[in-house]
Design a protein around this ligand. Structure first.
Ligand SMILES: Cc1cc2nc3c(=O)[nH]c(=O)nc-3n(C[C@H](O)[C@H](O)[C@H](O)COP(=O)(O)OP(=O)(O)OC[C@H]3O[C@@H](n4cnc5c(N)ncnc54)[C@H](O)[C@@H]3O)c2cc1C
Length: 466
């Protein structure tokens, strides 16, 4: 397994990263990216300490127990571990599904070989799926810019060259490998866009343009969540990047393009759902603590809102339990989470985040965004008065102010904004979860039940709209 020192050394690979319009000389010492590199490095040591025999979450699950154990293990290990887990599981799932559909395909064996190598090297992944997409009305082959979707521009006996860009890529500048997969299904004529491969971050022709919602150094004391959960988000540009054959998971087979997107979607969404369960519990805890600090715990409308938050947290946990407990097994023994419960749970959590946040902010009050900082409280000239007037019902102004800082960080600051957008857009967006949920819901059974309950049998034919 890699150590924190080896991880830090591995980032010195000539990677081309930009931040705020400037080339980053070294991501490890960069003011914004550097602290994130430290967090990933520390997670390597934590994993070695907890799992001296190797990371259990990179092994393909073979039973529901394996699935749950991996899900529990990754929770505290940070976003890069989570992205790596979801990427490797998606590759495993895609290999299984391609193997089932095309038993003679060479891809599954190649993907399994790559996975073994990645486990051996203990690498971290970023997931490059979302293309720039140009005019959203048009498919890849009909765009005025042929590079609006990432594509193969040249082929040789040794491999392919790819061009295009992937947007919103979390943690790209801190990863070792970019898992590049098609953003959606491809049609005849779009063979060059049906490309799935793994590209080392330091490859020639790869450029990473980072942005971040991380707090500034001065804001860190008020930022209990964003100070360790804000990772750089990137536009990753591929300018004729060479990919050797042994790194290609798919090239030109349009029939399999969507398998990768669906496989990643499933693992991304179960990871998203897992985070939502933890975030929903946090909302309950923060709402209860601030209501108590405000002296309002016994007020009925406050309590009703806390009950609503508890219902929300419980239903999300139930979805995750159902997703993990009702997983299915592929033909080669690979176990996946349940598609229906994963997608419905993720949709429920994403679409209810904003109303739940509103409840917490309503319970808490305006100090969510106006509470003075820790530096103000530490200043002997103003600190005593600031603490006095922040005391609320607790008599401890610093305690209450820190609760406000936490609520701001999670729901109303830069990172709160990131959370709000990510809940809605992450894992392919609400629209994608609606489609997959409908695909896996047993609509026929629901129709039959409705007919039986109403005493009807077969519905009469309905004419098409003229
Ligand atoms: C913070 C953050 C981190 C992310 N991390 C990653 C990552 O690591 N890797 C990655 O690959 N992706 C990542 N994503 C992307 C994410 O998973 C979504 O897929 C992506 O945001 C959606 O694409 P878009 O932003 O281009 O929106 P669009 O595709 O432009 O969608 C905008 C809206 O238009 C609708 N729409 C779009 N096209 C059509 C159409 N033809 N017909 C009808 N409606 C349409 C969509 O449903 C949506 O409601 C991340 C996103 C965010 C916000």
């Amino acid at each position: 397994m890699m150590s924190s020192t080896e991880y830090r050394a591995s980032l010195d690979d000539g990677r081309r990263v930009f931040f705020g319009g400037e080339r980053v000389a070294d991501v490890r010492t960069h003011e914004v990216i550097g602290p994130c590199a430290d967090i990933v490095a520390a997670s390597y040591d934590l994993i070695s300490e907890r799992y001296p025999d190797g990371s259990p979450f990179t092994l393909t699950p073979r039973s529901l127990e394996d699935l749950r154990a991996a899900n529990d293990a990754i929770r505290p290990l940070g976003i890069m571990t989570l992205l790596t887990y979801a990427s490797m599981m998606a590759m495993s799932t895609a290999a299984s599904r391609i193997g089932e559909a095309a038993p003679n395909s060479e891809y599954p064996e190649r993907i399994r070989g790559m996975l073994e190598e990645f486990r051996e090297r203990d690498v971290r992944f970023a997931q490059c799926i979302t293309d720039a997409k140009g005019d959203r009305r048009l498919p890849p082959g009909k765009q005025s810019d042929p590079d609006a979707y990432t594509r193969v521009v040249r082929r040789s006996a040794e491999g392919v060259w790819i061009r295009g860009a992937k947007l919103h890529i979390t943690g790209a500048s801190l990863a070792h490998e970019l898992m590049v997969i098609p953003t959606k299904a491809m049609k005849p004529g779009e063979e060059d866009y049906a490309i799935a491969c793994c590209v080392p971050v330091g490859s020639e022709g790869v450029t990473i343009v980072d942005t971040s919602t991380a707090p500034s150094r001065a804001e860190v004391p008020e930022s209990p969540f964003s100070s360790h959960d804000s990772f750089p988000e990137a536009m990753v540009i591929f300018e004729d990047v060479f990919v050797p054959n042994d790194r290609i998971m798919l090239d030109g087979d349009i029939g399999f393009a969507s398998i990768f997107a669906h496989s990643l979607g499933l693992w991304e969404r179960v990871a998203g759902l897992t985070h939502m369960v933890d975030d929903a519990d946090l909302l309950v805890g923060l709402a209860h603590l601030i209501a108590e600090a405000n002296g309002l715990l016994k007020v009925s409308h406050i309590n009703q809102k806390i009950s609503d938050l508890i219902m929300h947290a419980t239903m999300l946990r139930a979805s995750l339990e159902a997703a993990l407990g009702h997983g299915s097994q592929g033909h080669d023994g690979t176990v996946f989470p349940n598609e229906l419960y994963t997608n419905a749970g993720k949709y429920f959590g994403a679409s209810s985040w904003h109303p739940m946040v509103q409840k917490v902010q309503e319970i808490a009050g305006g100090s969510v965004i106006t509470a003075p900082t820790r530096a103000d409280m530490d200043n002997p000239e103003i600190g005593p008065a600031v603490k006095q007037h922040m005391a609320g019902a607790t008599g401890d102004g610093e305690y209450r102010a820190r609760l406000f800082h936490a609520i701001k960080d999670l729901t109303a600051g830069n990172f709160g904004g990131w959370k709000a957008v990510t809940k809605v857009q992450g894992g392919g967006g609400l629209y994608a979860q609606r489609i997959v949920t409908r695909k896996h819901f047993d609509l026929d059974a629901a129709r039959d039940a409705a007919l039986a309950a109403t005493g009807l049998s077969v519905p009469p034919p309905v004419a098409d709209t003229p």
